[in-house]
Structures are given as C-alpha cells and as structure tokens.
Ligand binder design. Structure first.
Ligand code: ADP
Ligand code: MG
Length: 386
C-alpha cells in the first residue's frame, strides 16, 4: 500500500509534469450476507476490504478535467462545462460521472476549478469486489475535499450511485458505495436499503482466529445482465401479487399465504428475498451476541437459498462453497449478483491452507479453471491519505 501510494505520486508527476496536491483512496467491498435484497428495500451487510483504489489529484487554474488510470492507455480530457452523461463513455464515465453527479448534489460546475487525476488500484476488476464503487468513491472524496463541498460519506454514496446509474448506465443499488464510504476496520456496514440508515457492526474475525477467504471463480457474469433484470422483475411481480410496494414488507410468517397466491417460481424468488432479509438480521444479532464463529449456518443457508430458490449460482460457485464447507470452513456462500464471480468462506486460520488445497484439487478434478483465492480483512472506508 505504501509503495503503491508513492508509485501513484511518481506516475502523476511523470504524466502531468507537476506534483499532486493530495492522495485519496477508497476500498472495494465484499458482501458478507444479504444478496438481491437491496432493490427490494431490504437489508445488506457488506464490508470494506483491504484492497483500495487510489486517486492522486491536483487542482488546475482552468476548467479542464484530465484523468488517467494505470488500467488505461490514454488520458481522457474534457472541459467541466461538457461533463454530462451523454458525453461520457468507457471507464472515464465512472470518475467523470462522479463530477457530474456532484453537480446534481450542489457543486456549481461552472464555478469550480478543473483537475488532473491519476488512478491506480489493487481492487481486481470484475471479480465481484466492486472496483467500480472503489473508483467512484475515491474520486468522490477527492472532489468533495478540493471543491470544499462538505458532503457527508452517506451523501457521497448517493453521488456514486447516481454516477453509476445515469452516467455509466448500470442499474445498481447503493450497497457498494455505502460499504466503500462508510466501512470501518474489522467491521461490517449494516445497511437498511429503505431508510438508508447504516450501523457499524464489529466483526471480530481476527480475535476469533477466523479468516475471510475470497474464491474468485473467474466465471464471467456473461448472463448477469439478463438474469439480474429477470430476478428484479420476478421480485416486482411477487410484491404486486401480494399487494405490497416492495418485498421488504413481506415477513417469514407471510410465506404460507404467499405460497397460495404465487406460482411456484415466483414464490421461490420471493422466499429467497424474505428469508435472506431475516438472515441478515439474524447475522447482525449473532455477531453482536455470540461472535463471528456463530454465523456459519446463516452463510450456508444463504448459499442454499441462492442456489435452489433464486437460482443464481453456477457449478463453479457451488463446488467452491461445498468444498470449503467440507474442509474446515465455518460457513461459505456465493457473494455478489451471481451467475459467476466470487464465493466467500469464513475459515479458522488453522484450516486455511487445507481449504485452499481442497478447492484447487476439486476444481482440477472437475476440469474447471483454477480459481484465484485470497484472504481479505475489513478496512476503513474512503479517506484522504496525504
Ligand atoms: P466490479 O464488479 O469490479 O465493480 P464493474 O463492471 O461494475 O465490475 O466495474 C468495472 C469497471 O470499472 C471497469 O471495466 C472499468 O471501466 C472501471 N474501473 C474499475 N477500476 C478501475 C481503475 N482502477 N481504472 C480505470 N477503470 C476502472
Ligand atoms: Mg461494479
């Protein structure tokens, strides 16, 4: 991390021919539990992780915006007056979309100074760790500071979501940006997606001798867009048939009646969301009252619900989860939107190497490409570094 910060400052000086004014960073995230609950106005429990996107920034004395990334070959340059969703495309739509969205949250884009930004990151792209929210949040905290806007982290999360929804065109919820901006070391962010109330919940993994392992299957979310839209539509249809504005208003006790009203597939989609909301609440209570070793069954049940009721898992994710469970993990589940991406496993430190070897072996046996596996810790949210 220290090295990367120095590298980014050096590269900034090379690329832009002057020193940066400061360095801001924002983490990627893992969702511990609460999948496909966000757009149903339910509960989620993500954590910010120790992989970050860094933005080195200098103010300009004109209204140009120039932005580069170690991931991209060329600089993108635009006048702030021209920054609006239709003029943005490619990767630069994320950071410049944030500048535009700040304009919708009170920044006067005709009066603020331009900027040069250089981005680097240790958050892998497309692995389900939300490199997009890390990028948006790093730029949001930087511009909030240099433009002296005084927006809160929760407001900056809405800015990032607006950028992603409108400038990028991805219909995502507010979970990722909330985790990246509100996260705390060794803690998760318990977010109510209806009220947007957020509470910090201590995890205590390290004190309990547990590691959080990410297993990136490398399976791409090729069907994710269609599958995601179809699941959202099922949830909306279920809510309509049950006479509620969102599935947040359906409780576990309402499921017997829901089974009579809904067709089998819609019922199973609804049951996932309803029971997943309850599992998030149960996980928060278990973390507070019993400690992290007690949440394994909830993680396992979440995976079964996504596999059997919501049907968003793939064989690689099922194999990773099952192998982790059978080789010493306390609990395991796929994480993220599904149809590929990553699984997580909560593993006693003493069993981590056994879990790694077992998953490698199982993937080889099934002829699946080797997954990328690494442990993560819960980290602080977006902040100024220098
Ligand atoms: P993820 O699950 O990682 O968030 P997304 O598809 O939502 O995947 O976002 C990935 C996209 O975000 C990349 O294709 C790229 O456009 C942009 N992005 C993320 N990190 C960076 C970075 N460090 N530099 C440039 N673009 C980035
Ligand atoms: Mg993303």
């Amino acid at each position: 991390m220290t090295d990367l910060r120095d590298d980014v400052l050096d590269t900034f000086a090379e690329v832009f021919g002057r020193q940066a004014d400061g360095l801001w960073s924002a983490p990627g995230r893992v969702n511990l539990i609460g999948e496909h609950t966000d757009y149903n106005e339910g509960f989620v429990l993500p954590l910010a992780i120790n992989r970050r996107t860094i933005a080195a920034v200098a103010v300009r004395d004109d209204t140009r915006a120039r932005i580069g990334s170690s991931f991209a070959d060329e600089l993108v340059e635009i006048d702030l007056a021209e920054v609006h969703p239709e003029s943005l495309g490619g990767w630069a739509a994320y950071p410049l979309g944030v500048a535009w969205a700040l304009g919708r949250h009170g920044a006067d884009l005709a009066a603020v100074p331009g900027f040069d930004i250089l981005i680097d990151s240790t958050v892998p792209v497309g692995a389900g760790l939300s490199s997009s929210a890390a990028l948006e949040s790093s730029v949001a905290v930087a511009l909030n500071d240099i433009w002296q806007l005084g927006l809160t982290p929760a407001e900056l999360a809405s800015v990032g979501q607006l950028a992603e929804n409108v400038a990028v065109g991805a219909p995502t919820g507010i979970m990722d940006q909330s985790a990246s901006l509100l996260g705390r070391r060794d803690s998760a962010v318990f977010l109510d997606c209806r009220s947007l109330d957020a509470e910090i919940v201590p995890l205590g993994f390290e004190a309990a001798g547990l590691e959080l392992l990410v297993i990136d299957t490398g399976v791409s979310h090729a069907h994710a867009t269609g599958g995601y839209a179809a699941r959202r539509a099922s949830c909306e249809a279920g809510a309509r048939a049950l006479g509620v504005s969102s599935l947040r208003d359906v409780g576990v006790d309402d499921l017997p009646r829901a089974r009579e009203v809904l067709d089998d597939e819609t019922f199973r989609r609804v049951r996932h969301v309803v029971t997943e909301n309850q599992r998030v609440l149960d996980t928060v209570r278990a973390l507070r009252e019993l400690g992290p070793a007690s949440i394994g069954d909830l993680l396992d049940a979440s995976h079964r619900s996504m596999r059997d009721d919501f049907e968003i898992s793939v064989p690689e994710l099922d194999l990773a989860v099952e192998t982790a469970q059978n080789s010493g993990a306390v609990g395991a589940r796929m994480t993220g939107g599904g149809f590929g991406g990553s699984a997580i496993a909560l593993v006693p430190s003493a069993h981590v190497s056994r879990v790694l070897v077992s998953i490698d072996g199982a993937f080889a046996e099934h002829g699946f490409a080797q997954p990328d596996m690494f442990t993560v810790t819960a980290a602080d949210g977006a902040a100024r570094e220098k």
